[in-house]
Ligand binder design. Structure first.
Ligand code: ZN
Length: 76
């Protein structure tokens, strides 16, 4: 298990996500952003919009995924 924070994934806070793979922490971040915005947290709105844009344009988002997977792989 490795840990990546909300801010490492492009968000504004230091909440930690734990997962076996980069996909796990990306999914956890997606959920966290959605819940924060639904709860009225405007600081997470931009990161939430960015994440939604990634789902819609997966080809353009490839660079971000690669960077995130690389960052995850380099965690000890
Ligand atoms: Zn956050």
């Amino acid at each position: 298990m490795k840990t990546m924070t909300c801010s490492q994934l492009g968000g504004p806070c230091d909440l930690e996500h734990r997962g076996e793979s980069a996909d796990d922490v990306i999914k956890a971040q997606d959920r966290h952003l959605r819940e924060a915005v639904r709860a009225g947290d405007t600081t997470h709105q931009q990161a939430h919009d960015d994440m939604k844009g990634r789902w819609r344009r997966p080809v353009r988002a490839m660079g971000w995924y690669r960077e995130t997977k690389k960052a995850f792989a380099e965690l000890s």
